[in-house]
Design a protein around this ligand. Structure first.
Ligand code: 26V
Length: 824
């Protein structure tokens, strides 16, 4: 990737010296005895020095300016490998490559040694990582706060086509990019009960007593900006119990007897919940969420106090908390608890501060994913917070009830407390009531959020709701992962696009340029050859780089409709069997997806796709013209290898279900054409690239919502009306594509034909298949295809996370950059 404006802080000779120094004095090895893990460790230590210099520089500047700082609270961060990024950001890439070359080592091979911390499930976690990159690059003062899970997202393997989960031991060899900060350890209290006692002026005051206590220990990961010295800190908390040596750290009297059991405490940050969009509802999950909130709020408050003393009314001028989904929604209650109980503020003053400080991003419309917690469970863990939430709710409902004509249904929907049967807190309601801004992650998503899911709130406080369409960092998702395309672009328009993605628009003038078309096509071809090697290694499968690479990579979920893609493949196979001599556009179907371990149907769909692969890949009549590759263990690192090689991007969720999508942006930025529904950010991608440069099909969100509601939707009608579809469904029913596991495909068939096809696969089948035919036809015209690919790339400027972060800064945080230009 192009060098940023920074000059290299080291020559190749200096790099080599430092490298050998670390090999010797940290690993105790001479070059001849060192292995790949040692090489990686030594390179990381060299690069880390420069990062730390910048972190110190950043901290000094912030200490001087005392700027407002955003605190991005997220249960998930999918930061990916950091070596390449950090080499680029520090300007050390060339020095490192030359130094290692000299020593007969390959930087590329060393890069492959690094673990990919899977501290998240999918889109929400990766978005948080892109945002940290943009925050640093744009010089915004920022902390990310998350959890340091000992085991991240499980490693996925396939056995006989079934998903098998193995532990992800990313910390095994030590993690070079983190700096433990035991000095910043904070205590976290749980359990006990609340007593009331008379305080000054006869006011009754709560006292939380009988609690147990554990530690949250922070580890900082430094996230470097591009073309600046600004560093964002990702502070990850690890749960621990105090050892006898640590007791002096806290002075509270009852601390000694209040120490919780070590094993049970450490278990809190043992493992990431590998589910998205399904309510976890487990005690351990609540403990995790509370730990994140309690530790991060204390950390922010401690820093505030250092600079501003007890002037809490200034908090909103200096601190913003961004809640990444409802998972950290307890921030609202914890900050109230601190301001009222510890800082001794009046409730109404505290409440204003809390609301001005917090804001909340919603990432999903799925009702299963809207968190609620049983009040009884919360009472066991955080009894004081339960009281606070009740009081927030009481005051809120009172204020609403005053104006309204006693519409009890409406009050019931607005209430934070869900009263049907077991009492539960609705975390989205808490987050909305406690925030000054609530944002959706795409235009359509925000419309559906405010008109369907939380309509009453949007009517009550229209000004509180804003749409901020997601974005992706061009540094990782083009600059670093696709160096061939990045160079081709830079040769034409210079390197500034990496910090100003709108500059890509200049490429639209080259869309008709045959030379550039050929160049872009050649880059794609080379990337496909690289991916073919990866597929050979991972799937033991030969694929033809000249075939159309048709890619669907994302979590496995019924609403994302990997199954629709599978139905299309079966249909193509059946057609080919009818007439093996016909001309077809050769395709390689590439999948990457993990299923939540408890998500039965998702596991079956993986089994089905692997079954289809088994049937089709070796079918002599297919003769290699259709191939299916399900790449195991999809994660950031694998995305970086697949995306540059994709011709076609599958974004085929049932309209109205995908909040935004961000893979759609990454693939288009790398020159893939999109086949997609009018869902999430696809709508905005269509607007940006133009209707003629994208393949849109299927029902709209409004149609898809009306259809099941009308009672008119019958899967059997579609079976009767469409011969091709009937044949595909019959094959499913008969288990043709899951040999040895016929019941799998029968169950999937049943979900479609006997359980109502909730995600409307059959309603969209015909238009999907027809649109795929147009794709196949266009692919044969290499120049026309390449022209559209260029038009897609040129239109992606808007989808930079830099643009998204600027919008957050302006519309939500009121945040100003603290420029830290090299040499300034
Ligand atoms: C929900 C839950 C429910 C409780 C169990 C654990 C858990 C973990 C994660 C989630 C949130 C899933 C929401 C999510 O990832 N949404 C995705 O967010 C992306 C970034 O905004 C967006 O592009 C995707 O469309 C959206 O599905």
């Amino acid at each position: 990737m192009e060098m940023p404006v920074t000059t290299s802080p080291m020559t190749a000779e200096e790099f080599r010296e430092r490298f050998l120094h670390y090999l010797r004095y940290i690993r105790g090895l001479e070059l001849a005895d060192a292995g790949p893990a040692d090489h990686l460790a030594a390179v990381e230590l060299v690069v880390r020095e420069t990062l730390i210099d910048r972190a110190v520089e950043t901290r000094c500047a912030w200490r001087r300016v005392r700027p407002k700082t955003v605190h991005y609270l997220s249960m998930e961060f999918l930061i990916g490998r950091l070596l390449t990024n950090n080499l680029i950001a520090t300007g050390l890439e060339r020095a490192a490559r030359e130094a290692l070359d000299d020593l007969g080592l390959s930087l590329a091979a060393i890069t492959e040694e690094e673990a990919d911390p899977g501290l998240g499930n999918g889109g929400l976690g990766r978005l948080a990582a892109c945002f940290l990159d943009s925050l640093a690059t744009l010089d915004y003062p920022a902390f990310g706060y998350g959890l340091r899970y000992d085991y991240g997202m499980f490693r996925q393997e396939f056995e006989k086509g079934w998903q098998v989960e193995l532990p992800d031991t990313w910390l095994k060899g030590g993690y070079a990019w983190e700096i433990p900060r035991p000095d910043l350890t904070v205590p976290v209290r749980i359990g006990g009960q609340v007593e009331w006692h008379e305080g000054a002026h006869g006011r009754f005051r709560p006292r939380w007593v009988g609690w147990r206590c554990f530690y949250a220990v922070p580890h900082d990961v430094l996230v470097a900006g591009y073309g600046t010295h600004t560093i964002s800190v990702l502070r990850l908390w690890s749960a621990d119990a105090p050892s006898e040596f640590d007791f002096h750290i806290f002075s509270q009297g009852d601390f000694l007897k209040a120490v919780a059991d070590r094993e049970r405490v450490q278990a809190i940050t043992r493992v990431l919940y590998p589910a998205d969009h399904v309510e976890a509802g487990r005690r351990l999950r609540l403990l995790q969420e509370y730990l994140l909130v309690a530790a991060s709020v204390q950390d922010a408050v401690n820093r505030f106090r250092l600079h501003h003393g007890e002037a809490w009314e200034l908090l909103p001028e200096k601190v913003a908390f961004q809640l990444n989904d409802t998972h950290p929604a307890l921030t609202v209650a914890e900050l109230m608890r601190f301001l009222v109980d510890d800082a001794d503020l009046r409730w109404s003053t505290a409440w204003e501060i809390v609301r001005a400080t917090c804001s909340y991003t919603n990432h999903t419309l799925l009702s299963e994913a809207l968190e609620t917690w049983p009040v009884s469970l919360m009472e066991e863990i955080i009894p004081r917070h339960v009281q606070i939430i009740y009081e927030i709710n009481r005051r809120f409902l009172e204020s609403v009830g005053n104006g309204a004509s006693g519409d009890m249904d409406r009050l019931g929907r607005l209430s934070i407390v869900h009263e049907d049967g077991e009492k539960r807190f609705r975390m989205a309601n808490l987050a909305i009531v406690g925030s000054h801004r609530v944002n959706g992650v795409a235009r359509l998503h925000t419309r559906l959020l405010t008109t369907r899911v939380v309509r009453d709130f949007a009517e009550l406080w229209p000004e509180r709701f804003v749409a901020i369409t997601n974005g992706i960092t061009p540094r990782r998702w083009l600059g670093a992962c696709n160096p061939r395309l990045a160079s081709a672009i830079t040769r034409r328009i210079g390197p500034d696009w990496l910090r100003d993605l709108d500059r890509l628009a200049e490429l639209s003038g080259l869309a008709g340029d045959e030379e550039f078309q050929a160049e872009v096509a050649n880059v794609k071809e080379a990337n496909k050859q690289d991916l073919a090697v990866v597929i050979r290694e991972l799937c033991d499968l030969e694929v033809d780089p000249a075939s159309l690479f048709d890619v669907q990579i994302k979590r496995l979920h019924e609403y994302k409709r990997q199954l629709l893609n599978a139905l299309h493949i079966i249909h193509l196979h059946q057609r080919l069997k009818d007439d093996p001599g016909q001309e077809i556009t050769p395709r390689t179907f590439i999948f990457g997806a993990k299923a939540a371990p408890a998500y039965h149907m998702a596991r079956l769909i993986i089994r089905l796709i692997n079954g289809i692969a088994e049937v089709i890949n070796d079918d002599p009549e297919v003769a290699g013209r259709l191939k299916v590759a399900f790449l195991p263990d999809y994660r950031v690192t694998l995305a970086e290898k697949i995306i540059p090689a994709a011709d076609l991007s599958e974004q085929i969720s049932t309209a109205g279900w995908e909040a935004s999508g961000t893979g759609n942006m990454k693939l288009a930025l790398n020159g893939a054409l999109t086949i997609g529904t009018l869902d999430g950010a696809n709508v905005e991608i269509r607007d940006a690239v133009g209707e003629e440069n994208i393949f849109i099909f299927g029902l709209t969100a409004d149609e898809a919502a009306r259809l099941p509601a009308s009672g008119q939707y019958s899967p059997w009608d579609h079976h009767r009306a469409d011969e091709d579809l009937a044949r595909v469904l019959d094959a499913l029913r008969d288990g043709v594509y899951t040999p040895g596991d016929e019941g799998v495909s029968r169950q999937i068939w049943s979900s479609l034909m006997e359980h109502g096809d909730r995600y409307l696969h059959l309603a969209d089948f015909r238009s999907y298949v027809d649109t795929q035919q147009r794709v196949a036809d266009l692919y044969l015209d290499r120049r026309a295809w390449s022209e559209k690919a260029i038009r897609n790339i040129a239109a992606m400027g808007y989808f930079s996370s830099d643009r998204a972060i600027r919008e957050y800064a302006a519309k939500i945080w009121n945040l100003q950059p603290v420029p830290l230009r090299p040499g300034s």
